[in-house]
Design a protein around this ligand. Sequence first.
Ligand SMILES: Cc1ncc(COP(=O)(O)O)c(C=O)c1O
Length: 396
Amino acid sequence: MKIEDCIADFQIPQYLHYMDNAATSLIPEPVIASMNEYDRQYRANVGRGMHRLTRVATQRYQDAHDSVSDFIGGKEGTTVFTRNTTEAINMVAAGLDWQPGDRIVTTIVEHHSNLLPWLRLRQKGVEIIIIYPGHDGIFDIEAFDEAITANTRLVAVSHVSNVLGTVQPVREIAAICKERGAYFLVDGAQSVPHFSVDAQYIGCDFLCFSGHKMLGPTGTGVLWMRDTVDTVISPLILGGGTVDDVTTEGYTLTTGYRRYEGGTPNISGSIGLAQAAKYLESLGMDTICRHEQKLTERLLAGLAEVDHVTIHGPENIRNRIGVVSFTIDKIHPHEIAYLLDEKEAILVRSGDHCCIPLMRYLGLENGTVRASLYLYNTLEEIDLLIESIEEIARMV
Ligand SMILES: Cc1ncc(COP(=O)(O)O)c(C=O)c1O
């Protein structure tokens, strides 16, 4: 399938220009169909019983894990289904046996979901070190080299900033972590949907991402763990499915994803998530990435020409994706987002993007406007966005 042909799979009204993909993406018909098929034709619980429907459902649920593992090059590890990225990160934060004096290294660009779970660990005597990039969001790898000391237990970094669009040097950071014996958690919420991400190639220990940002249903996410760490964290939730044996004295936890998926999971959502991964693969992640780069290049070039507009993040396409934040002098970001919707039905995000510390660091008390692109956006839509911003900027 060609990328232009996929637009027909997204049943959003044609007059809407959806550019809020960093928040959540649209969902294509084949993903909806896969979930409907489960509910209509083989709905049953999974891993619990012998009748024919539960056998089909269990197999499809297992297949869903395999497809999602393949999608992120994670076959050697454990792929746990979660509700979202936030839950996946919290599972790691709550599951490791923190000791006073442990160090966690993270950055100022993190989404609150990859910051608050670590900040809370200060209560346990854990030291939190925050690394700062330049104002364009680009880090000096030396800063990680200095901060990741022998007592560093974990480093948590977003692969792509959901505000600045910058791609972080995760492979280099992974190498430092390996050398110093620190776990490395990558928040892939904004990378996995947009370019080919291979967990083994990166060399991380944990990779967290959300299904709903990659054409899957809401309420789906993933915690991938390297095979050597997949029993290191204790499960957040215990109960049906998580054990091999139970007596009144205690229990033996099972291995693999079941250890972490207590209770009946989101079966149709997981099947939908796997279908979303297959859908993206059928288009090709490299094709999707190139398409988004073309759009991003046009948007950056267009915005750079508009008086009173400031782009926050790199102004060229190197090391960044199509998450483009900007402000217009003297006009509140919420007003800009409202006007774009009112005038041309362009849907973008405005505000702090769940990154209040980053906004403080950048001196952006009202936040930014953020256009975040995906495979179904077109050059015509980008031109319309630029024209509309020009018109708004003339009000200054
Ligand atoms: C970089 C990053 N991390 C984490 C999250 C949290 O994702 P979720 O709300 O799906 O848990 C987001 C959501 O926007 C994000 O952009």
